[in-house]
Design a protein around this ligand. Sequence first.
Ligand SMILES: [Zn+2]
Length: 283
Amino acid sequence: MLIRRLVGLNRIKNYTTGPQMSVKDIVKTLQSFAPLNLAENWDNVGLLVDPMTDKHVKTILLTNDLTEDVVNEAKNFQAGLIISYHPNIFQGLKTVSDKTWKERIVIQCIKHEIAVFSPHTTWDCIEGGVNDWLASAFDYKSIEPIKPLENPRQGAGRILTLATPITLENAVTNVKKHVGVRNLRLALARNKTLYSKIETVGLCAGSGASVLRGLNADLYLTGEMSHHEVLDATQNGVHVILTEHSNSERGFLGRFQRHLIDIFQNSVNVIVSSVDRDPLIVV
Ligand SMILES: [Zn+2]
């Protein structure tokens, strides 16, 4: 049923006789897209679960978050590799038992010979990565990282100057359409309205407050910010749009799926999870 529901790019093919790829070769390709040394120093990226199998990968499953439901989906598709944007192991595990969901995920992946790779902040900072995907909600004439790295086109967050100023109302509509949500949270800047003009947008996929703090822009767009962070922005004259954390990231997976299909030339199935979703909904 699950397989039949999937259409378009998620069509699964049988590659039992066709070419397949080793985890090692796929990881090499992933690292040429976004080198692991670009990760923030607090992050945990790369091949986080390695079942050390000789079995070659026929199917790669892309997900924003690795939950037990996503692991079941990977098992159904007989995926040999999960690319989970957020690392499934972050603070370290003291044991690998059935007591917590994160430990069970590691056990299930090893048992079913599923490797897990997490790119996280390496995808945020690269050109053509998660933040650039989020920026394409807008028609802009210039784009720059808020915190550039040595290569000035890479870095955390993005500051955009729009091609033509739009109203906040239009900005909300664009963001809803781009990230695929019917509702989001909006905070109006002090003394401004839904019809005030937006010329500059500061954005950061995920939890963007530390990157956006103090940035001069008409609008901040991110996944989540605390009450005090939102208050600080609006009192400083900046509107805030919050999509919920993973809704500001997940849409990049479709773009990355097309990239992998191009690179692998149909030698491996590349599927985007259909059960991965943000735990929060705005009702
Ligand atoms: Zn995130």
